[in-house]
Design a protein around this ligand. Structure first.
Ligand SMILES: Nc1nc2c(ncn2[C@@H]2O[C@H](COP(=O)(O)OP(=O)(O)O)[C@@H](O)[C@H]2O)c(=O)[nH]1
Ligand SMILES: [Mg+2]
Length: 274
């Protein structure tokens, strides 16, 4: 555990906020300011970047240097993607290098709703292993973004919830809070991009873990460029979507096996929690 973080009695303890970034020079400082302004719960921040020339790094360094070195300030660190490039690898790197039991994945382009984090923490406190920010439940919103992508994501979320019984309306949202010890039972196999968040929530559901959701608002970025590759990643999303439906008809042993995945394909699991 990171020193200097007070334990929160009865609560989920301090959280590690993992932010994958790719040229977020226009957005990173405002993202960090939004976190600081909205999250009062003890936290540290890990920004995962792919390459040294990424334009996120100079403003991020300036932000870190300008902060007073007072005790109790948020610990912010930059970690280079250990698996090469890509958002998926960056998120995996974030999980693997995390030092805390609770990890919140959020984007570095101001699209996620930091005001939802307090409610997410409450759900974690109530015993959830994964808490999803949810655009498609009552109270949630999605503002902007490509129409076709939004429609597919909404249809996937609603059908997974209503038909496959996944306890969130928004499995595809990357904005989620995870209990890291989950990764002792779930092997991450995703090979594309942001489908990693959907894989984990579906596998957690197959294992009978507790999943919660809270309404959140997603806004499309106003600066920089999206790197989302809809058609390239669609088959990867579909793979986990179908697993959720198959899982309905499987027994506990088969579900456990599916969560653990194929060791030959799998990415190494994160180090055990400390
Ligand atoms: N490290 C890393 N981060 C990425 C990559 N692609 C996207 N991201 C980050 O992931 C977050 C969401 O990416 P974005 O392209 O906006 O996806 P969208 O919101 O679904 O359109 C942002 O913080 C990006 O900077 C990548 O290839 N590598
Ligand atoms: Mg975005």
């Amino acid at each position: 555990m990171v020193s200097g973080h007070p334990r929160v009695p009865g609560g989920p303890g301090p959280i590690e906020i993992i932010i994958p970034v790719y040229n977020e020079g226009e957005n990173i400082v405002r993202t960090l300011e939004e976190i600081e302004g909205s999250i009062t719960h003890p936290h540290s921040i890990t920004v995962v970047y792919d390459f040294d020339e990424d334009d996120t790094l100079p403003p991020l360094r300036r932000f870190m240097d300008a902060r007073p070195q007072a005790a109790g300030r948020t610990d912010i660190r930059m970690v280079k993607n250990s698996y090469g490039r890509g958002a998926l690898n960056a998120i995996r790197t974030g999980f693997e290098s995390a030092r805390l039991e609770w990890c919140l994945v959020c984007m570095g382009d101001l699209s996620d709703d930091m005001t939802a984090v307090a409610a997410m923490l409450k759900k974690a406190d109530e015993g959830c292993d994964v808490v999803c920010g949810s655009r498609y439940m009552r109270g949630g919103h999605q503002i902007g973004g490509p129409m076709f992508k939004s429609l597919l994501s909404r249809i996937a979320g609603i059908t997974l919830h209503r038909i496959a019984g996944v306890p969130t309306h928004d499995a595809t949202n990357s904005f989620k809070l995870y209990r890291r010890s989950l990764f002792d039972r779930i092997r991450i196999e995703s090979q594309g991009g942001f489908e990693i968040g959907m894989e984990i929530v579906i596998k957690a559901h197959l294992l009978g873990c507790r999943i919660g959701e809270v309404p959140s608002t997603w806004r499309d970025r106003s600066g920089g460029e999206s790197k989302f590759k809809l058609f390239k990643w669609l088959p990867h999303y579909l793979h986990w979507y179908l697993l959720a439906f198959r899982g309905r008809f499987q027994g506990a042993a088969a579900r456990e096996k599916a969560a653990l995945g194929n060791p030959a394909l799998a990415i190494p699991t994160v180090r055990g929690s400390q």
